[in-house]
Each structure stands twice: as structure tokens, then as C-alpha cells.
Design a protein around this ligand. Sequence first.
Ligand SMILES: Cc1cc2nc3c(=O)[nH]c(=O)nc-3n(C[C@H](O)[C@H](O)[C@H](O)COP(=O)(O)OP(=O)(O)OC[C@H]3O[C@@H](n4cnc5c(N)ncnc54)[C@H](O)[C@@H]3O)c2cc1C
Length: 493
Amino acid sequence: MTITTQSLNFSFIPHHTFNHRQRHHHHHRHLLKPQTKPHAQLSLTTPPSPTSQTTPTTTKVIIIGAGLSGLAAAVRLHSDNIPFLLLDSSDAVGGRVRTDSVDGFLLDRGFQIFITGYPEATKVLDYKALNLQKFYSGAKVYYNGTFHTVADPLRHFTDAIQSLTNPIGSVFDKSLIALTRLRVLTQSDDQLLTADETSTVDLLQRIGFSDSIVDRFFRPFFGGIFFDRELETTSRLFDFIFKCLALGDNTLPANGISAIPNQLAAKLPPSSIILNSKAASIHYSDSTYTVKLTSGEVLTSEYGVIVAVEQPEAVKLLAGELVNFSNYSKETVLLHARSTVCLYFSTERSKVPVNDPVLFINGSGHGIVNNMFFATNVASSYGPPGKALVSVSLIGLYEDESDEDLRVKVIEELGSWFGPDVVSLWTYLRTYRVKFAQPNQCPPTDLKKNPKVGVGLYVCGDYRTSATFDGALVSGREAAEALLKDRSLVRAS
Ligand SMILES: Cc1cc2nc3c(=O)[nH]c(=O)nc-3n(C[C@H](O)[C@H](O)[C@H](O)COP(=O)(O)OP(=O)(O)OC[C@H]3O[C@@H](n4cnc5c(N)ncnc54)[C@H](O)[C@@H]3O)c2cc1C
């Protein structure tokens, strides 16, 4: 039985009070179930009999993938009351932005920071409701056996003055940071994202930064953001992130990083989100798109399909005759992807060596730890009362090493940072290995790719713009707007 043989009746009534926790329970594999809630926007009735006069109706738009880009596309369509179905193969929305709740700890699936200066995020998210908890603006750099503060002079003036003479960089380096800030703040985001590009490390050298500050600060700090300690990532992305950091705070939502996609999902009609449903193929004929699911079920859409899956999946899904979408295979894309490992530990709050909500970065040039922080110092809600959560991040996947080997190495290494007596009290919680954390973003890049790849076929995701929360949100909105424009559905403003 396929869904195309069914009658789908749409009546879109905006519904803003849905509790997303309920949704996750209600929408596991329910494609063929009738929607019985009084506010349901989509209803699927039983298949028409061969003699039935019922004309099969299809949805207007199918969005494949409910990460930030797919959610942003859905929010945009919903603002124009366009019916859609948002599918995801996983058991919840969010894609790479997920949080697990384990024994009272909030474990983000890999270390993620939300920068409030992201321009698109400012427009689509309700920051107040996210209850954002701030990091210290700067970092503590572990170098030569001790910690050195690198502080943002506009936010922590005294710390910044005191740090002028530390060995992380020269006074000249620190003045170059101020000049770089001025340079990026005086350009628009579009200018930064389309400027002439080189690698980040080359840009830093051209600006005149010393090797000391590049190795001790930029490699661990921006390398941690790009998952790329070599800093081969495009200078466009460096400039964009540098500007966002200058304009906003580094934060975590009190309820975990997944609060961000959950907030977007809560704006959508609950019945439009279909979880545990993996798209296997997309077909186009007679002006209609057909999406086949791995379950064998089939969906059709009248206006088109928005593919919002991560790059390797998109390459696979769109392979073949449909469109000339990618010159690379899924394997090639994965080979060049940026990976990370995140290990979590718990300890007693009273035994945490520092109470500041600060990020520690490894500027020593040795070891496997790139950065770490005491998450409960930033957001106490990340742990149960009295317990602290320790988050440690590595760059790369460390495929040849077991979780146990990594745990032992990390504890030994951080023992030299904080003292073996401190880390010996830490209890191991969990390891996350994220193979596809971000796409390769080395030059040459095009951070403003056209979302339209065929008639009625649109593609979005962080690999179309910048591999950030913001880039994903922008690309999702732009894919929806391209579809609306093609269908002349844009509201007269
Ligand atoms: C560990 C980590 C740390 C990060 N840190 C930051 C940070 O600090 N700041 C920042 O700005 N960005 C960060 N990022 C990047 C950011 O998370 C991503 O750029 C963004 O979330 C990508 O969103 P997306 O919608 O493009 O893709 P995804 O989130 O990957 O969403 C794709 C969705 O498609 C679904 N899907 C795939 N195939 C199918 C299919 N065949 N059928 C149906 N559904 C399918 C997947 O289940 C998934 O939900 C980080 C990423 C990771 C992994």
C-alpha cells in the first residue's frame, strides 16, 4: 500500500501550543494513520476503492531532513500557509543538533556553541525562550604547563590588559586582533562570504599574526570551531565567524543545544513532521514528484521537493539521472568531512577546579585534547544538583582507537592540566564520535549556492552556505523562498 493511493485532506490551521516532547511520542511511523486530533492539519483516510470517485490528493511540498535547514524551510513555507510534510529518518528533529538526557546530565551530541551574533538566527529564534547561558568571552589557553587568559577587551577590559604580556601572542598580535575586528565589522555578511578567499592560516599570516598566536590561540580556538587544526578552512568562514563572535556572546541554551531545533519544530503543525521515515529515492514525472521511503511507502508532492539532508546523504539520494548535482561520490565527501570526538565525565561540583564559565583550549602543541570546559559552570542545568559535567573535545575521529583508549589518554592528559588528584575523581559518562560533523570548507568554496537544482527540486543544508547553525538556517529559508518564487506564491508585501 502506498500513500499515493490515499486521500489527504489539508486544512492548515496554525497551531502554536504543541509540546514537542509529545510529538516525538506520537509521530513514530504514523504515515498511514489517520490524524484524529481536533487541530490536525493533515488527515490521511483509508485508500479509495477502485470504484471510488475520490481524487487522490498529494501534499504541496515534501521536505526531506528535519535538521536546522529543513526546519527553517518548513517554518518559511508555514509562514505562507503552504502545506508540507517534513520527513526525517531519525527519531527526533535536529539532525546534528541533538541532546541526550542521561541520569540528569544534558549531553549534546558533540560540543556545540550557539553564537548570539548569528544574523539569521537573530531573526528566526526567540533567544529569551532559549534561556541562553553565556560563556566567558575569551578562553584560557593551556601552554607551557599553565593557563593563560585571552580575553575580549570590549567585554573583559581588565583581563585583556593583564593578558597583553602573556606568551600566547605579542602586544602587536593583540592589536592585530582589534584591527581584524574592525575590518570584519565594517563589511556586510555577503561581502565577507563572497570575498576573495584563501585558507584561514594564510589569511592570519598575511595579516601579520605571529606563529605564536597562530599555534597557541587560533589553531585550538578556530580549529575547534572548524574541526580543522590545520586551519585550511576558507578565510571567508573565518571572517564571518570572527564577526559573529564580535557581535554576540557564546552561549548554550539552558535545556541543551537541541532546544534550538525544538523551538523551530514547535512553530510547525505537529502532523506535518514525520519521524523514523527515510527517503530512498526521488522521482519526477508528469509534473509531480514522488518520494519513495525505505519502508516502501510513497509520497507525492505538487509543488516540489526540498532535500535538506546532510551532504553525503544528499549525494546518494540525488545520484543518477535526476540532476547534475555533485561531481563527488558519497565516499569522497565523507573522506574530506570534518570529524570530532566528544567525551563526557561527571564529578562533584565542589571538586571543580575553576568556577568560571570559560572554555579551555590546548595551545601546548601536544596531546589529543583540543578543548574542554565544565559545562555546568556555563549552564548549571546541564547536570543534576551537586554534580558537574565535564566536556572534552578532540578533532578527528580516532577510528583506530577504542573509546576506552581515548578515555585513558584524555584523563592522563587533563591530569597534567588540572592535577591527577582532580581528574582521578571524574566518572566517565559517554563518548560521541561524529564522523560527518561538518563538510569540507577549504577553498575554493561557494557559500551562496543556488538552492534550485532542477524543476521543482531544491537543495539546502550547511554545505550549501556556511557550515554553521546560521548557514543551515539561511539555506533552508532560501530553498523555501526559491520554491515559493517559482510557484509565484510569495506573499505581496
Ligand atoms: C559536533 C558538532 C559541533 C558543531 N558545532 C557547531 C557550533 O558550535 N556552531 C555552529 O554554528 N555549528 C556547529 N556545528 C554545525 C551545525 O550543527 C550544522 O552546520 C547544522 O546543524 C547542519 O544542519 P543541516 O540541516 O544542514 O543538516 P543536518 O543537521 O545533518 O540535518 C539533516 C537531517 O536529514 C536527515 N536525513 C538524512 N538522510 C535522510 C533521508 N534519506 N531521509 C530522511 N531524512 C534524512 C538526518 O537524520 C538529519 O536530521 C556543529 C556540528 C557538529 C556535528
